[in-house]
Design a protein around this ligand. Structure first.
Ligand code: SF4
Ligand code: SF4
Ligand code: FES
Length: 286
């Protein structure tokens, strides 16, 4: 029997990356090419399960002949283009983005950001003590997850995950303009009065920890959160016949949070409230 391919093979696009010829499948981004070539480009608003919004601009690169820097996460590779990832102009721009973010947002739970601040010699303090901050207490209004918008970089990933890119619930959006812009539910009501269905798909994509499991929030506050002591086990959700994959994060023999593999072709990292938060029965040993 002859196997029929479901999709035609993708053509390859050739271009130069930092002077070296590279080939990537048609439709791949410059960031895909950088990653394939082992180049470490910082990213914040990019997500492997979402269409990029180009909100943070920390991933910019120089494209020969282009007037402006290009966001690597969304710029598609084109035949014959010449891309430079580590020029002084690109580094200067990344440094400024990191300085602006770190001067106005609590990045203490953003993975890798301290490393990037050092690498780009960013000095967040140069805007002085009056740099605009939200200065808002974390919103702890339900037993499942916490919203700490002091840590929010307005990357839009949660809005996209809750909206048309995945969940289609549209419980959250960006409200306000300029310095007043913030993520909010309808009429800035409490989450419990909103359309939120507590799927936690917004937590899955949040790059800074602004959205976190209540369990993680409480453990961080108590000083007991320890990712190095955690194990991850991927299993199948037992609640219904869809059979979503769950990754259980376990610390001291207790499930402390649940994620889902992003490369699952059905769920792409998304879950419903039961799979994401309904794990207590597993550890009720009475
Ligand atoms: S938990 Fe789900 S429904 Fe609620 S805000 Fe997040 S993505 Fe939207
Ligand atoms: S809460 Fe998280 S995902 Fe949403 S905009 Fe802020 S940083 Fe991005
Ligand atoms: S990661 Fe590319 S613009 Fe944010």
């Amino acid at each position: 029997m002859t196997a029929i391919p479901l999709q035609p093979p993708r053509r390859l696009v050739e271009f130069t990356l930092d002077g070296e010829p590279v080939r990537v499948p048609e439709g791949a981004t410059v960031l895909d090419a950088c990653r394939a070539a082992g180049k470490d480009i910082p990213t914040l608003c990019e997500g492997d399960t979402l269409t990029p919004k180009n909100a943070c601009r920390v991933c910019v690169v120089e494209v020969e002949g282009a007037r402006t820097l290009a966001p690597a996460c969304s710029r598609r590779a084109e035949p014959g283009m010449a891309v430079r990832t580590d020029t002084e102009r690109a580094r200067h721009s990344r440094r400024l983005v990191l300085e602006l973010l770190a001067s106005s947002v609590d990045l203490s739970t953003t993975p890798r950001v301290q490393e990037w601040l050092k690498e780009y010699e960013a000095k967040p303090g140069r805007f002085g003590p009056d740099a605009a901050r939200l200065n808002e207490s974390p919103k702890v209004d339900n037993d499942l997850y916490v919203r700490d918008y002091d840590k929010c970089i307005l990357c839009y990933k949660c809005v996209d995950a809750c909206g048309e890119q995945w969940q289609n619930t549209f419980a959250i959006a960006v409200a306000g303009r300029g310095f007043d812009a913030r993520i909010a539910v309808e009429h800035d009501a409490p989450l419990t009065d909103s359309a939120c269905v507590y799927c936690g798909n917004c937590i899955e994509v949040c790059p800074t920890g602004a959205l976190s499991f209540k369990s993680e929030f409480d453990m961080r506050a108590a000083g007991t959160w320890d990712e190095e002591a955690q194990t991850e086990t991927t299993t199948v959700c037992a609640y219904c016949g869809v059979g979503c994959n769950l990754t259980l994060h376990v610390q001291d023999n207790e499930i402390v949070k649940v994620t889902s593999p992003h490369d699952n072709p059905v769920t792409h990292g998304n879950l419903c409230i039961k799979g994401r938060f309904g794990y207590q029965h597993v550890q009720n040993r009475d």
